[in-house]
Design a protein around this ligand. Sequence first.
Ligand code: NAD
Length: 240
Amino acid sequence: EGRLEGKVAIVTGGARGMGEADTRRLVAEGARVVVGDVLDEPGAAVAAELGDHAVYTHLDVTDEASWAAAVDLAHERFGPVDVLVNNAGILAQGRIDETEPDTFRRVLDVNLTGVYLGIRAVTADMAAAGHGAIVNISSAAGLVGMQGLSAYSASKWGVRGLTKCAALDLGHLGIRVNSIHPGAIRTPMAAGVTDEAMAHQALPRVGEPSEIAAAVAFLVSDDASDVTGAELAVDGGMVL
Ligand code: NAD
């Protein structure tokens, strides 16, 4: 029997990249997953492949009504939500003085406010059950500053802080909240990054989405029952 047998999860940004890998891993461990994304065709294809164990929904993480609909769908198809993986995110690059205010606001809205709205959307289910596990995907850029990533890094530092506050606020309800800090991972977002470019790292290569999914599965499972407010770097030693 899998570690996540009977658990109901929502994974945001589940249509591709890390979110897709997380979805597959959670299902492999026994969970049923609501896959939320704004990329409807690939998202629906991922869910269809997983049969009865996954369902796709159009979920824009910046939109409260969209979150309510995703939670309703979870109830209808699977039951109350036990697990939330806040994975959806967008990247913007450029020098800070060349970053437009609209870009800055948009990155904060998706990467940080989206995580806050997700936590809000699932808290009632988890509190009623007396347990729940939330994993927020931050970044190595949420641990240090990185050139040309002001909006992105600010959003990911925000996720790291939000994670610790949520862990403090929700722990008495049995809800654990942790952050993962990926380094360079082989997904569409980091399409141009090569192993050679990562030669300076302790592990001189690009990471795989499945390596993030393994960390997600651990943190949402009972193997991590005493872990909350933690920040787990899965970055090949990028930040040491
Ligand atoms: P990706 O671009 O391949 O996938 C991100 C997914 O999020 C996409 O399917 C996209 O459609 C979805 N998404 C974007 N905006 C959304 C919204 N408003 N609502 C719902 N879904 C939305 O990227 P990825 O590399 O798989 O990234 C996953 C997470 O990991 C992101 O939070 C990213 O910032 C973070 N991260 C990535 C890397 C990396 O090297 N790839 C490194 C550190 C952190």
